[in-house]
Design a protein around this ligand. Structure first.
Ligand code: FES
Length: 174
């Protein structure tokens, strides 16, 4: 009777040790499969848009590219289909490289538009090409909206997918 209960106790003890070891091995294996923190940091850029001001261009960096972030002021003509609502404000989120040959256009806050110094291309505040050789609007990077103040660049969230889908049906502002 004593031997049997002792055997039962020993069996449970070994089982518990084996279970802990198995969980530890799985955790170690998962760490091996997960991307390195540096890789994750390179793939995503988190932006706190609460620090942006109306009609003042901010430039973030994502995968080595300049990303234009522009908060529309109330008196600015937002192009609804290309602007993104985060919290109470509308924003332009665009890759800041001219779609002609890749120069970085400058924002002109007085006229609410971009001018590319290389060959004179112009874009609206929402990135629509209006003059010169650029063949299409400024590109929109993948993004997701985490909360009313936070955008993550590099992550294709539902708002990004809906925006791209709506733009693909309107070649004028895509
Ligand atoms: S690179 Fe911008 S107009 Fe040519």
């Amino acid at each position: 009777m004593i031997n049997e209960s002792r055997r039962g106790f020993m069996g449970k003890a070994f089982g518990a040790v084996a279970a802990v070891g198995a969980v530890g091995s799985l955790v170690a294996m998962k760490k091996t499969w997960d991307p390195l923190p540096s890789v994750m940091a390179a793939g995503f850029t988190t932006v706190d848009v609460s620090k942006l001001s109306d009609n003042k261009l901010e430039i973030a960096k994502w995968q080595g590219k300049p990303i234009f972030l522009l908060r529309f002021a109330a008196d600015m003509p937002a192009v609804e289909k290309r602007s993104v609502k985060v919290g109470e404000h509308y924003y332009s989120i665009m890759i800041g490289l001219c779609t002609h040959l890749g120069c970085i256009p400058a924002y002109r806050d007085a006229t609410h538009d971009f001018k590319c110094a290389c060959h004179g291309g112009e874009f609206t505040a929402a990135g629509v090409h209006t003059f010169g050789p650029p063949p299409r609007p400024l590109d929109i990077p993948p993004f997701s909206i985490k909360d009313e103040n936070t955008i993550v660049l590099g992550e294709a969230g539902p708002e990004y997918k809906a925006l791209i889908a709506s733009l693909s049906t309107d070649s004028n502002i895509a």
